[in-house]
Design a protein around this ligand. Structure first.
Ligand code: BGC
Length: 459
């Protein structure tokens, strides 16, 4: 591939990955704005929780619909639609004058997040040349983390205004950029072939691949993988598809039950419990480590492969859950945490963020965009993305209850336990997808190879 084409692919992927930025911004928005929303609308504690909950529910519904939508209308149009919803309903949220109207806007924004969290990685996996595919999908994750960080910083700096409307207005800028950007995107060549528009697919590929030979090879590989194609539902009768579907759901379960979002939603509370002086600053550091580490993931995911990085991340996650849990356990037995223990705790919490951001954060999204056969890819990504949002909603809604019932220590150990199961999942059932084309993965899947062997090269 020549340099110009590479630049074009990166530009295209950057625009699609803006969906991730909005995902992150919207997740983190509630974190800092909730107290002002509750004040202005006179909300009870329960009503306040609904504001986060309704967004996550919308996201699960959005993810559910997006598979069919993007199959019928194409990836590009659906990305444009998501951007349009982001823009219009952010504005509607700013202008809403009662809690019900505001909740409706949160639900609809959730829909857009769900749709975007499905279509953007799908689009990226279909447009990227396989050699840099992992890195480009990881760029989507990078955007999520940047979104979260920007919102932590923006909320903290706008705190003195006391206005959740101003905090929300910040979101209008990336929404508008995404809207304009997505209008310029080319359609996914794989989708074009899927709907019988081979000539258009060739035109798109000619712009983004280096040589005619590459274009012809890719078109023929896509066509070959479509022979005997069935739609997602029909594929459910095939054990090979069920296997890979279950793997996607379990990987998303692992990502969420590692406990990362306990930090994203409640880090201030965790640091406050530990007596850390400035929880808002600690939260911003959490956001920063998350972003910086994701850069490393992008750099290494296509070089070192998915599985070695997953093992590395899971080991560190287990260690940090064990140690942080132990320090909280000491506290629960009456030990006052001195400065050394507090710093140790902070370090292990940051190690936790590092470990997640290098491994489960990006790699689960990458694997879920790669493992399904083309004709069931929309359906497979729909199911796994929906699973992500449902598990995410469980973490969002129950972490505080677990803190109360199991203690912070017990909750950390629970997350550590999930990561131990994760090592088994990776070892026994997860394929290495580095340096294989999506078509080779599909060939192996249909040849009934074991899940962990799907990444073997066929030529
Ligand atoms: C997860 C999100 C999480 C984010 C944190 C993503 O991969 O899906 O639930 O909030 O990482 O960086």
């Amino acid at each position: 591939m020549n340099k110009t084409n590479n630049t074009l692919v990166i530009k295209v992927c950057f625009i699609a990955a803006l969906a991730g930025l909005l995902f992150g911004l919207d997740i983190a928005y509630v974190n800092g704005a909730l107290e002002f929303i509750a004040r202005d609308f006179n909300l009870t504690e329960d009503q306040s929780q609904q504001i986060a909950g309704v967004l996550l529910t919308g996201a699960a519904v959005g993810a559910l619909c997006s598979g069919w939508l993007s199959r019928i209308f194409g990836r590009k149009k659906i990305l444009v639609l998501a951007a349009l919803i982001f823009t219009i309903f952010t504005l509607a949220g700013i202008l809403s004058h009662n809690i019900n109207a505001f909740l409706v806007t949160r639900f609809i924004l959730g829909l857009a997040i769900g749709i975007a969290s499905f279509v953007a990685p799908l689009y990226l996996s279909e447009i990227a040349p396989y050699k840099i595919r992992g890195g480009l999908i990881a760029m989507y994750q990078l955007m999520i983390t940047i979104g979260i960080l920007l919102m932590f910083v923006s909320n903290a700096s706008l705190h003195s205004t006391g206005s959740w409307r101003i905090m929300l207005a910040v979101l209008l800028i990336p929404s508008a950029i995404m809207l304009i950007g997505t209008l310029t995107l080319p359609e996914s060549p794989r989708w074009l072939v899927l709907v019988g528009r081979g000539k258009d697919a060739e035109n798109v590929l000619t712009k983004i691949r280096g040589t005619k030979a590459e274009v012809d090879f890719e078109i023929s590989e896509i066509k070959e993988s479509l022979v005997g194609a069935k739609s997602g539902f029909k594929l459910l009768s095939h054990p090979y598809f069920l296997k890979v579907l279950l793997l996607g759901v379990l990987l998303q379960g692992l990502q969420q039950f590692s406990g990362m979002n306990a930090f994203m939603y409640y880090s201030s509370k965790i640091f406050m419990e530990a007596g850390v002086n400035n929880p808002a600053v600690a939260t911003m550091i959490v956001g920063l480590v998350n972003v910086l580490t994701t850069f490393l993931a992008i750099k290494y995911v296509d070089k070192l492969g998915r599985k070695p990085i997953l093992y590395f991340g899971l080991m560190l996650l287990i260690a940090s859950c064990a140690v942080s849990g132990y320090i909280f356990h000491l506290q629960s037995t009456g030990v006052i945490l001195n400065a050394t223990l507090q710093y140790t705790l902070l370090c292990f919490c940051l190690l936790f963020i590092f470990a997640f951001a290098i491994s489960l954060g990006p790699i689960v999204w990458i694997l879920c965009a790669e493992i399904y056969p083309l004709e069931g890819r929309d359906f497979g990504i729909t199911v796994s993305t929906m699973a992500n949002w449902i598990f995410n909603a469980i973490i969002g809604s129950y972490t505080l209850t677990w803190f109360k019932n199991l203690g912070v220590s017990g909750t950390f150990w629970l997350f550590g336990g999930a990561c131990i199961l994760g090592v088994i999942l990776v070892n026994r059932f997860t394929p290495e997808t580095k340096d294989v084309t999506l078509e080779e993965l599909e060939f192996n899947l249909k040849a009934n190879k074991k899940l962990r062997d799907l990444g073997e090269r066929t030529n």
